[in-house]
Design a protein around this ligand. Sequence first.
Ligand code: HEM
Length: 456
Amino acid sequence: MNATPAPAPSAAPPLPLRSLGGLPLVGVLPELQKDPLGVMERGTLNYGPMVRMPLPLGVEAFLISEPQLVEHVLVTNSRNYVKQTRGYEMLRKVLGNGLVTSEGDFWKRQRRIAQPAFHRERLFAFGETMTRAATDMVDGWKSGQTFDVADAFMRVTLRLVGETLLSSDVTSAASEVGQAITVALEHLIHRTLHPFSFPEWVPTPTNLAFKKALHQLDSVVMGMIATRREGKGPTNDLLAMLMEARDPETGEGMSDEQLRDEVMTIFLAGHETTANALAWTVMLLGKSPAVEQRLMKELNEVLGGRVPTMSDVPKLTYTAMVLKESMRLYPPVWSLARRVEEDDVVDGVVFPKGAIVFICPYALHRHPKYWKDPEAFDPERFAADAPPPTKGAYLPFSMGQRKCIGDTFAMVEAQLVLATVLQRMHLSLVPGQAFAPEPVITLRPLGGVKVVATKR
Ligand code: HEM
């Protein structure tokens, strides 16, 4: 790609560029291996707006924490910041060359094909499916029962992405898929942070477990495609759109391999993130009775005990504020990385070709320069009459052309699931849980979120 550097975001004098330190040869890798969130948070909060992050083998990396720089990388000059990084290389082992991982003209074409499946009018048709799945989930809970609500949300969001976009019933495979995803994601983050571990072909227990998990996921996804190739299933969902698409030049449709990559991408990106957002929200509500009361007031006023519908979504404003604030404190995608395609001069500092640029939404969302009392859970920050967040300082769905394709889908789904659940059940947190964030590609609550459900 021949990128043209855009003008620097400001004409400020060059910044003195500090370094996060680290050891010769390995840089900050040992620290990253121990505590990736901690390193990113320290770098973003204490060194900003841009700090050098030495990586092994002399790889140049920068962590940026200035919203304008974030916008420069993700929006203004995004063509110069590509997804050829170690993290994406690892992700490609599971997602192949799908929407999250592909680039250039190929990505553009695939995005154009998939986009109509996410149009608002189409989402409207999904409302009932979403509340039915949430209702089925709550029907399965007994009052007084203790369980991991993070796990329950994984299952319901998996079912929903399967039913709505791929018209496939994956409920029977939910446990197997859930476990396989956990094994795969843990393996990928481990390999991202441990570049000197055994190569994948060596039959270590973790390599073998990863292969098995990948095989399990592949069979579920290939099963969906095979059913469709037999002519079964609807003709208007996302999978149908992908299958009907023809290359404008060759007239050829997508190969099974390409379909597999797109379906696997939607399958994973479309449920794990929303499930985590919901789990963190229940955790935060459990610790903030005043916010929960205010939320219940809205649910009572808008719904009065009935199951929500799509027409209620615009009225569930406080519910949306709660979710936005939850994703501020615990953004499901906690870190983004890009590789510099061509030298770029930003604020007098050169981002050299080949360097890696990191952006950490988790840390940016807690930066005291952009958030008052950043650690407090305060949904009022997102009220319609509150000043909007600084552009580039709040990016749970990223920004620019590679912004999440499922952002509206996710918000609608989270609003409907949360409203359906909380109207029926009060969820109180089992005491003594640490709720440490576990950065495994997405940000999961380590050990889950154990709750006791009580019928309202
Ligand atoms: C709360 C829920 C969600 C969050 C926080 C989230 C966040 C994100 C973020 C930060 C990215 C950019 C990743 C990158 O730069 O590599 C992304 C991309 C993407 N997301 Fe989501 N996402 C969510 C839900 C969904 C859902 C429900 C779907 C689909 C049903 C989805 C599908 C995708 C896809 C396909 C991409 C790649 C888009 C592209 O590059 O063209 N996401 N998401």
